[in-house]
Design a protein around this ligand. Structure first.
Ligand SMILES: Cc1ncc(COP(=O)(O)O)c(C=O)c1O
Length: 423
């Protein structure tokens, strides 16, 4: 693989950024492949190599790269001014569009990232209930806010541990519950019932395997929240794209607050908290000082709002069904290769989201993760961009031929991963 220009860029980057990096998730040893441009389902790297992009900025770009309608709308918005210290008409239009998509999204509040939206949802629950503690699922990732950066490493550990630098008080106020174990979760929740402001879940948590939450689990959490007064928060920053009305609706449950991000920005930075009016009233400044003041220089900026409006409009039920069917095709094709080569790896996911899970280390590899990283590199050689955790997704510009090309490349790459370790 010719990566001469990426290597040169990385050697400059390490001089001015820690490890040459400004986003942990995009680092890959010995250096990442730098991208120069993207168009539709493809990206072109700094050395001019074109690849099919199944990562789409960590599942954000549901319409792929530089979609013509989005480019026209975004450049139009930029030409009218990128942000003001005042609201703009398009934020009303976008809140209306999101609200119309799910009956629980009665009121919407915008932020500039998913991390901020999770933070505001948690703080809203604390302001509403006047309680300090939150509960989250073991291993699940919810962004960089310290209260949720507890047990976010993908492991099933129930003993609260934080990322380095989190104060003890933060860790003590975050209760960890098991995923898809209704009885186990409720037992722990009951011990903290009087202090819990919210139960924060991701209904299709990518970091802990991208399996959907089962109905019994969701029903048990819903019932616990109803009886204890804690709010049920569904973080759908990643999982909103699994269904036209979002993940909780698809799985037959209802959250009090939903956190949105990624796809709702159509490629521009965004986050949102949406929920029933009563809960969202903590943000309301029209009746005196709000219980939860919340500002942000780029909240609801017209560029992100415009991009979001067009992105959501293009996300019709037919478009969602089409990418969902492609997602299923990918899962089946990848599972067939895995079975054919005799591995016990899994391919999970829902709708347009999928993830290859290396459940065991093939002969010659020190760990499953090492084999996955190797597979990631081999796939790059075969013209496919996938996350190095095995995470991937479908974008609307993809065609049947792109799915077939991925299936072939995956088969070739995985066989090479195994053969080269044996050699
Ligand atoms: C479930 C979930 N929540 C929150 C976030 C944070 O969103 P952002 O990266 O926009 O801050 C992410 C990002 O990957 C996510 O997957």
């Amino acid at each position: 693989m010719n990566t001469e220009n990426s290597a040169a860029l990385y050697s400059r980057a390490v001089e001015v950024m820690p490890g040459g990096n400004s986003r942990t998730a995009v680092y890959s040893a010995p250096y990442p492949v730098y991208i120069r441009s993207g168009s539709g389902a493809r990206v072109t790297d700094a050395d001019g190599v074109e690849r099919l992009d199944f990562l789409n900025n960590s599942t954000t770009l549901i319409h792929g790269h530089a979609h013509p309608e989005m480019v026209a709308a975004i450049t139009g918005a930029v030409g009218r001014g990128t942000s003001f210290g005042m609201p703009t008409p398009v934020e009303v239009e976008y809140a209306e569009a999101l609200s119309a998509r799910n009956e629980t999204f009665e009121h919407v509040r915008f932020t500039s990232s998913g991390t901020e939206a999770v933070m505001m949802a948690v703080q809203a629950a604390r302001a509403y209930t006047k309680r300090p503690k939150i509960a989250k699922m073991a291993g699940a990732y919810h962004g960089a806010y310290d209260a949720v950066a507890v047990n976010n490493d993908g492991s099933g550990s129930l003993i609260s541990h934080a990322v380095t630098g989190n104060p003890e008080g933060v860790v003590a106020n975050t209760v960890v519950i098991p995923f898809n174990d209704a009885e186990g979760a409720v037992k722990i929740l009951r011990e903290h019932a009087e202090d819990l402001a919210c139960v924060l879940i991701d209904p299709v948590p990518w970091r802990i395997g991208l399996l959907p939450a089962d109905k019994a689990y969701l029903d048990a959490l819903r019932a616990f929240c109803d009886e204890s007064g804690a709010l049920l928060i569904s973080d759908e920053v990643g999982s909103y794209r699994v269904g036209y009305h979002g993940a909780m609706h698809l799985l037959g449950s209802e959250a009090d607050l939903t956190v949105l991000g990624k796809v709702i920005g159509g490629g521009m930075p965004i986050g949102a908290v949406a929920g029933r009016r009563g809960f969202m009233s903590v943000f309301d400044p029209s009746k005196g000082a709000p219980a939860l003041p919340h500002s942000g220089s780029y909240n609801a900026n017209p560029v992100s709002m415009t991009s979001g409006v067009v992105s959501l409009r293009l996300l019709t039920e037919e478009a969602m069904e089409r990418i969902g069917a492609f997602g299923e095709q990918v899962r089946e094709a990848l599972r067939a290769t895995i079975e054919a080569v005799g591995l016990d790896w899994e391919v999970n996911g829902l709708g347009s989201l999928f993830r290859v899970i290396a459940t065991s280390a093939p002969e010659g590899y020190p760990s499953p993760a090492a084999a996955m990283k190797r597979l990631h590199r081999e796939l790059l050689d075969e013209g496919i961009h996938l996350g190095d955790s095995g995470l991937g997704c479908i974008s609307t510009p993809m065609e049947e031929a792109d799915i077939a090309a991925f299936a072939t490349a995956f088969d070739t790459s995985l066989r090479r991963v195994l053969a080269e370790a044996r050699a």
